[in-house]
Design a protein around this ligand. Structure first.
Ligand SMILES: Cc1cc2nc3c(=O)[nH]c(=O)nc-3n(C[C@H](O)[C@H](O)[C@H](O)COP(=O)(O)OP(=O)(O)OC[C@H]3O[C@@H](n4cnc5c(N)ncnc54)[C@H](O)[C@@H]3O)c2cc1C
Length: 399
């Protein structure tokens, strides 16, 4: 454990994309933090593929606007921390059926109503912009601000810059036990113990485990995510498509969500075939590329809403996001603001799990954070046990 007299102001659990971005935002404000991870850096983000930075998403208006703001942060972020292979190629969500045309038109309307530069391309325009698309395409949603980034490089640079600014980093801490102590929290791990005044849960699937130790229950849902990676291919795709994009190194990445996590680990031959077939229907020449990797993983989302950022208990904050890569810079700033000034930036109340008035969507009510009693809890009772927020599930047409 790094030796810091008096411990740290903030302990961040998780060295994934959100934990790293939070550490960086705190370090910029000269707030002493330590990132703790039971494993290495990188979290659940696959280390061999680039990730989309989505400036347009099929989601409630406020969330879509946030994604656009998140995407807009990447050029400056890259200037600050160094190259992260960020490329703003623009995004396309092609429509091959009339239903997809109708859904795409709604996405365009919703973004236009917010003044966001997303527009509908006719079939001819779509093919002119992206000649590799199937001639059967009926049109496409076009978003000029979409792009891609190397998530692993991003995480490494966020962490190394934070460390240069004085943050601590403890990896492979194996077990993580936390208890209220001295107006803050005592954290015990296999690498030693440290005292922190506040705690940020950015531990992905581990949010539930760590939360439980503090008597906090954050409902989460798990979505199985399948990814196929081809061998290097000559330049094929100019844009980031809704379900496929080409890496700077030439590999084509094809991805899809596959329902809940009921299926076993790995990608079954049937799933591979289905995924490949849908990619070929959109981009026929991708059939020339050989699939060299199939990855199955779990994407963790807050239940009933696409984003949770805020206080779950006195001195304890949580961050879980559906579009974690795109939103990481903004989530970092929001948590830093909460730590520094005890309030979220304006407009972020919507995502605060402790705010009973938060209304991220317009469909079914969903509980956000509940608190189970625990002994010796310091501080005030949480603002909204039971949540009461009304949530709409992120439909994620451009996930
Ligand atoms: C195949 C695949 C492709 C994906 N592609 C994308 C994409 O393109 N864009 C995108 O935004 N998302 C993508 N995702 C989802 C992506 O994994 C998440 O968005 C992202 O990793 C979430 O980041 P995070 O920092 O919230 O959590 P994580 O990445 O899960 O990181 C959490 C960290 O906390 C640590 N941890 C957990 N429990 C504990 C504990 N008890 N004590 C200490 N440390 C703990 C873990 O070791 C981990 O390092 C993909 C997921 C999969 C599986």
């Amino acid at each position: 454990m790094p030796d810091r007299p008096g411990g740290y102001e903030v302990g961040i659990v998780g060295a994934g994309i959100l934990g790293s971005a939070i550490a960086y935002a705190l370090a910029k404000r000269r707030i002493a933090s330590v990132v703790l991870d039971e494993s290495g850096v990188g979290g659940e983000a696959p280390d061999t593929i680039s990730a989309p930075v989505r400036a347009h998403v099929d989601a409630p208006a406020q969330y879509a606007a946030l994604c656009r703001r998140g995407a807009d942060r990447f050029p400056a972020l890259q200037e600050e921390i160094g190259p992260v292979e960020y490329l703003r190629a623009g995004g396309l969500a092609p429509a091959l059926t009339e239903d997809q045309v109708a859904a795409g038109s709604q996405v365009v309307e919703r973004h236009a109503a917010m003044g966001l530069p997303v527009r509908w391309l006719s079939r001819e325009e779509a093919l002119r912009r992206e000649p590799a698309l199937s001639p059967a395409v009926l049109g496409a949603v076009y978003s000029p601000h979409d792009g891609s980034v190397n998530p692993f490089l991003l995480i490494r640079r966020l962490l190394s810059t934070s460390r240069r600014l004085g943050s601590g980093l403890v990896l492979y801490c194996r077990h993580f036990v936390v208890e209220p102590r001295g107006g803050g929290f005592l954290v015990r791990t296999a690498r030693g113990e440290t005292q922190v005044r506040r705690l940020v849960l950015a531990s992905g699937h581990g949010v539930a485990d760590v939360g439980r130790q503090l008597g906090v229950v954050l409902p989460l849902r798990r979505i199985r995510r399948l990814v196929l990676v081809t061998g290097k291919h000559p330049p094929l795709l100019r844009h980031v498509l809704a379900r496929a994009w080409q890496q700077l190194t030439g590999e084509v990445v094809i991805e899809s969500d596959a329902g809940d996590t009921g299926a076993g680990p790995g990608v079954s031959p049937e799933e591979m075939e289905q995924l490949a077939r849908s990619a070929v229907a959109t981009v026929p020449s991708v059939s020339e590329a050989r699939v060299i990797r199939a990855i199955a993983g779990v994407r963790l989302l807050p239940a009933g809403r696409p984003l949770v950022v805020g206080r779950v208990e006195d001195g304890v904050y949580a961050a879980v996001a559906a579009h974690a890569v795109t939103l990481a810079p903004l989530v970092g700033d929001a948590i830093a603001e909460l730590v520094a000034n005890d309030r979220l930036p304006a407009g972020w109340e919507t995502w605060d799990p402790g705010d009973p008035g938060s209304q991220p969507g317009d469909e079914d009510p969903a509980p956000v954070a509940t608190r189970t009693p625990r002994a010796g809890t310091p501080g005030r009772p949480p603002g909204g046990p039971g949540g009461g927020g009304r949530g709409r599930q992120d439909s994620g047409s451009t996930p």
